[in-house]
Design a protein. Structure first.
Length: 299
């Protein structure tokens, strides 16, 4: 038998360090998290805010988060499923919807901090990059760092749509133009017209027109929700423009009325835990019932 080197020997297992649970589950990049969370010592207890962006199959989650020793705390949040309130009823996970969700999160947090009137951001986005500048007679702009989680930061990603929306909404987010749609790596320049097109759903409108010409059945199947509400390719820009205006007019979160009493509903399935005295009493009752049943049988 040939010689086989034993790699995982006793020394390996004695020195083995178990990784954090969320690293083992593949949920948290701790290398990135450390750099996003750790605050400079000379800033004492000032929170370091993160613009956390997460995507699901049907929703976009945007949160303003800061970390403490106890864990993460959320200052405010905005979701793509809130957009129907502002007129965007379909396509809630596309690039334009991601921009609108970022804009909603920005306006909401600035309203909460009473900075909405001072930092309006870019009211009419034209695709140019305009970072928020501090004003002389006002507090500095609200600053947050982009937290993308495990999402791949490729050029044109929807993560940067949220960044652009939040930046245009009045939050100072350190970023450059390199990852937006329309950026040319060779000429090192940004096509502002193309970026504006994405903000107002122009790329979706182009695809709708193309599909309608080439394959009408596929168009009806793929854009069935758009057809239901009567939205055509020519209507999309107006829908997003009106939505941006409505978001700026009223970004406040309004809780929906619950149709059920969920606390009572869930308490049916979650029984309260018995203490030691109650458990022993329960066992004693079972023993007594068993003895009683045996006595009846003997009679």
């Amino acid at each position: 038998m040939p010689f086989v080197k034993q790699v995982k020997n006793k020394a390996y297992f004695k020195r083995f360090q178990t990784k954090y649970r969320r690293r083992r589950e593949g949920k948290t990049d701790y290398y990135a998290r450390k750099r996003l969370v750790v605050q400079a010592k000379n800033k004492y207890n000032s929170p370091k805010f993160r613009l956390v962006v997460r995507f699901t199959n049907t929703d976009i989650v945007v949160q303003i988060v800061y970390a403490k020793l106890q864990g993460d705390f959320i200052l405010t949040a905005a979701y793509a499923h809130e957009l129907p309130k502002y007129g965007i009823k379909v396509g809630l996970t596309n690039w334009a919807a991601a921009y609108a969700t970022g804009l909603l999160a920005a306006r909401r947090v600035l309203t909460k901090l009473k900075l909405a009137d001072k930092y309006e951001g870019v009211v009419d986005p034209d695709g140019t990059i305009a970072p928020i500048e501090p004003l002389e007679d006002a507090p500095r702009p609200f600053k947050a760092y982009l937290d993308v989680g495990l999402k791949r930061t490729s050029t044109g990603s929807k993560v940067f749509a949220v960044t652009k929306g939040a930046s245009d909404g009045g939050i100072f987010i350190p970023h450059s133009e390199n990852r937006f749609p329309g950026y040319n790596a060779e000429s090192k320049s940004l096509d502002a017209e193309l970026l504006r097109k994405y903000i107002y759903g122009g790329h979706v409108a182009d695809y709708m027109r193309l599909l309608q010409e080439e394959d009408d059945d596929r168009y009806k199947r793929q854009f069935s929700k758009f057809i239901e509400i009567g939205a055509t390719a020519d209507d999309l820009e107006d829908i997003y423009k009106k939505a941006h205006q409505k978001i700026r007019a009223d970004p406040e979160f309004v809780a929906t009325e619950k149709k059920k009493d969920y606390k009572t509903e869930f308490s049916k399935f979650h029984k309260t835990r018995l203490n030691l005295k109650q458990r022993r009493n329960k066992v004693q009752q079972k023993i007594e019932n068993f003895k009683r049943s045996q006595a009846v049988k003997e009679e």
